[in-house]
Design a protein around this ligand. Structure first.
Ligand code: GLN
Length: 254
């Protein structure tokens, strides 16, 4: 009986142990748990063997290696990531997430590790040539993304359709039910290439999108360690190697 109580107390103690910083927890437990939505190639997706692949996933593996810990990847919906972080289910978000001022009010971002822009997938024969041409047109966006945030700010509510999946957003344009899908540039280019008979990409940028990893709000010690990793990861050529592996068509960064 006494032994059982002791075991319970120990288990409870481990489960409830509070750390000042996630860095301490990760080093103490020997495990880094990252959260991602594996629906965003070439940053994160799942291959035919159900493994997490992509630039972000390889970067997470390098981060775990530098920290000297195991990596566990938790796949979930993009909109569920902040909640998982706040409830300690994950230690870090790595999911092609744009660091915006608004989001930075509830989580702490690392330095950016990739820069892109928002642009549009439009119907092949649509008259939309530049961003301003989309005024008054039917817009489709993916729930919870910066595309959705942009649309809410710049377009009338009745013109905006919000869907939970990227693929179905693109199909809205393919089938002519929406005039423009607002999303990150690399995704728009991919959809325009796979649907080249029905769509094209308008590359005029709507906003700039710096991708960063997100830690619990105010965990400066954890963020500082991640930034230290990012510096080393760039300086020793691993960053460039992963860019070439996952984005071979992208020009080198200056
Ligand atoms: N970069 C966009 C955002 O942060 C989209 C990210 C994604 O769909 N994974 O909202």
């Amino acid at each position: 009986m006494r032994l059982t109580l002791l075991c319970l107390a120990l288990l409870f103690g481990v489960a409830c142990k509070k750390y000042d910083s996630t860095l301490d927890k990760v080093l103490d437990t020997g495990e880094l748990v990252i959260g991602t939505e594996p629906e965003f190639p070439p940053f994160e997706s799942k291959n035919e063997n159900d493994e997490f692949v992509g630039f972000d996933m390889d970067m997470a593996r390098e981060l775990a290696k530098d920290l000297g810990v195991r990596l566990r990847i938790e796949g979930m919906e993009f909109t569920g990531l902040p909640g998982a972080l706040d409830s300690d289910r994950i230690d870090l978000i790595i999911s092609g997430m744009t660091a915006t001022e608004e989001r930075a009010k509830s989580r702490s971002f690392s330095d950016p590790y990739f820069h892109t822009v928002l642009c549009m997938l439009v119907g092949k024969d649509s008259g939309i040539r530049i961003a301003a041409d989309a005024d008054g047109k039917r817009i489709v966006v993916k729930l919870g993304t910066t595309g959705a945030i942009y649309a809410a700010k710049h377009f009338k509510e009745e013109l905006v359709t919000t869907l939970p999946e990227e693929g179905t957003c693109a199909l809205e344009v393919v089938h002519g039910r929406a005039d423009a899908f607002l999303y990150d540039q690399h995704s728009i280019i991919r959809h325009a290439m796979t649907n080249s008979k029905t769509t094209r990409a308008v590359l005029d940028p709507l906003s700039s999108e710096p991708y960063a990893m997100a830690a619990r709000f105010g965990d400066t010690k954890w963020v500082a360690r991640i930034n230290e990793f990012l510096k080393a990861f760039r300086a020793d050529g691993r960053y460039e190697a992963l860019r070439k592996k996952h984005m071979p068509d992208l020009p080198d960064e200056k």
